[in-house]
Write a protein of this length. Sequence first.
Length: 247
Amino acid sequence: MTLPHAVVTGGGSGIGLAIARALAGAGHPVTIMGRSADRLAAALGTLPDASSQVCDVADAASVSAAFAAIGPVGVLVNCAGVVRTAPFEKTTDALWDEAWRVNLMGTVHAVRAVLPGMRALPAGRIVNIASTASLKGYGYVSAYVASKHALLGLTRSLAVELAQTAITVNALCPGYADTDIIRDAVATIVAKTGRSEAEALETFTGANPQRRLIDPDEVATSVLWLISDAARSVTGQAIAIAGGEIM
């Protein structure tokens, strides 16, 4: 049986790359998308038989062209995202605009591109990689939190709208994960405060009752379940992967 073509935006690194590897390992034809051709090329070295498309999800024309080049998509995982830290009063309109365009409109653009073809398939799966920031507030990332709350609202609305089709739409909400974003944040805290790396890391692991970072492969495994037939009645859900931070 030929498995449906899967696309992962933001698939060149971190959680997106882990998801792409899991999908490829399960036998799906996989296309990863991202803004950096070099990063995508490096990622393909770990993804036998996968393909890539350079694509800026914030740019509707770029998304339209990328999806037009690959044909029908049965599994769409929206993982492209951006986070910038700043106190609310120093969060500029440019930062708000970037968060909105990437974290919300990037998903809008991708879903809009795949839906016509997906409706014609026996089944379709859309998984939005949201965040615990879709479910609670965090200081110093107000634009990010607001955009991720909006992403969850979009997820729920699409799930209702598509409920009488064979397409499901869900959100996975990881806590702080073991990715370059967190490693860079730890390095920044060490450089600015003089705290040790272990102390800086506690800023993030301390939010998780299990006192650890989430492994990207945990998110990838959850994607595999959500796209399976066993989860065909699961739609409109926000599934936290956060060690008990969200209950």
